[in-house]
Design a protein around this ligand. Structure first.
Ligand SMILES: CC(C)(COP(=O)(O)OP(=O)(O)OC[C@H]1O[C@@H](n2cnc3c(N)ncnc32)[C@H](O)[C@@H]1OP(=O)(O)O)[C@@H](O)C(=O)NCCC(=O)NCCS
Length: 130
């Protein structure tokens, strides 16, 4: 079962390894992380106590959809393409609802088919295509 625990700065390297595509330096990533943690809910996703990825919940101010948030997620490269993405999205949607959000959204590139399928099947209510 995929579970979420709050990330700490000790997870900085782990979270950076979840998004190798971004090619950020460790320093820039740590800076982003410390700023982000004061604003958003930042999580490490675990499967049986083993870290497999990360997730984030941030406010998504939207006059048409009150109490909206946006979720962000990434698996470590070695854990991708094995069906874990949808469980990660489900866990984030459940946590967002526990936190009181009504609408859970995501911004997803239109060519990111795995992410789109995870969002749809994982319970995201609103997808904005990039
Ligand atoms: C996006 C991400 C979380 C998806 O998780 P995942 O476990 O790798 O996803 P899966 O392999 O289970 O694929 C999800 C679905 O996409 C399908 N899929 C996978 N690769 C595909 C491809 N190249 N083309 C079309 N469909 C594909 C799978 O068959 C699956 O469909 P199903 O649920 O109907 O069986 C993960 O790939 C990731 O971390 N990517 C990098 C970060 C990222 O893009 N984050 C999202 C930002 S919006």
């Amino acid at each position: 079962m995929t579970t979420l625990r709050y990330a700490t700065m000790e997870d900085a390297d782990l979270l950076r390894r979840c998004r190798p595509e971004l090619e950020v330096t460790p320093e820039a990533h740590a800076d982003w992380m410390s700023r982000t943690m004061t604003r958003d809910k930042l999580f490490v996703a675990e499967l049986g106590g083993v870290a497999i990825g990360t997730g984030r919940i941030s406010d998504w101010p939207n006059a048409a959809l009150p109490q909206s948030c946006e979720i962000h997620y990434a698996l470590l490269p070695g854990w991708r393409h094995q069906g874990h993405g949808v469980a990660l999205v489900r866990a984030l949607v459940a946590r967002a609802k526990e936190l009181g959000y009504v609408t859970v959204g995501a911004h997803i590139r239109r060519d990111n088919r795995p992410s789109l399928l995870c969002a749809i099947n994982g319970g995201v209510n609103s997808v904005e295509l990039l």
